[in-house]
Design a protein around this ligand. Sequence first.
Ligand code: FE2
Length: 382
Amino acid sequence: MVAIAVNENGKVLTISPKGPKGTSLRFHAFWLRDNAQDSETRDPYNGQRLITLKDVPSNTRISRAILTRNSVEITFIPENKTICYDTNWLLSNAYDVTRCREKGWVKSSITTWDGAFNLPASNFKTVTENQSILHRWLGKLARYGVAKLTNGPIEEGSLTKIVDLFGYVRETNYGRYFEVQTEVKPSNLAYSGLALQAHTDNPYRDPLPSVQVLYCLESSLTGGESIVIDGFRAAEILREKNKEWFNLLSSYCARFEFSGNSGVCLRARRPIIELAPDGELVAVRFNNRSTAPIVDVPFEKMEAYYSAYRYFSEIIEDPSMSIHFNLEPGDSFVLDNTRVLHARTAYTDLGRRWLQGCYADKDSLLSKLSTLSNRSRGHTEC
Ligand code: FE2
């Protein structure tokens, strides 16, 4: 149960949950009016807002607020409009809370990891046929940024069936999907037998593809182990060891470029460690092969920037950070390309390693996860 009060001459509604842990939560009158859930403000079918901000008078005040069993009935002036708010909705959307967040904080829905982590894995067939197993697998993929699937079909293009589970393939100049195998004249180092340094893919795109799928169709050679590293954990370690270096990599843009194919010249200007305006860690971009000259760091800071960049790459290459695994034909892994770096050990030419890769986007993955979560809780979809 809660108590309510109207304060500051109708500009603020205060809700006070009763009990030892009850902390008063304030809501502005204009915020309440703009976020009203009634059918004249929000479309009852799709939930989209039907008014614009100019439809809310700038001098909006609360003239009356009545607490009923599970709701608060509020009358706004000068509109003289009464709207009912679900109390639980108000409590779950409260913004009058103290946030002690350090630069580089991560959402509670994310767990960072190092080389001691066990890679989440599920079976291709069960994930594609059972929605609750898909729900669990997508939940782990969202939390850890990487998850494996095993025993899939050994057929070209099967990787797109994985994307079909949650979204849409993002086609690029590499095609709907691309081959990762030995070529005599590689146009991109990913197609040779050399070891590949840990990297995120395509930082030269803006927006970059936020999901990548790598799918094994053939593996009959020595080496070529796949490696994944949590870039968010690496960023956390950098911040713990040297806050100034963390600030340098997150405050200045690096530049990325790819023009290895005829008719393609992709460029992006983004930081290696990207933060939201409130300091949330949102992306790591790290790809030595496609880093262009960095020219957006002031001369006075460039030496320290390079020290930070070098140290960040040392953290990424520290063996304690990486997970190594072999992919058998039919095995695949999906990763959050804004967070998890991948690499490969060198392999010989005594055999063949054939992977296919494709890109997709994280928004549709998280959308699918949310709808499955809502369904399992018995909620309607948003
Ligand atoms: Fe790659």
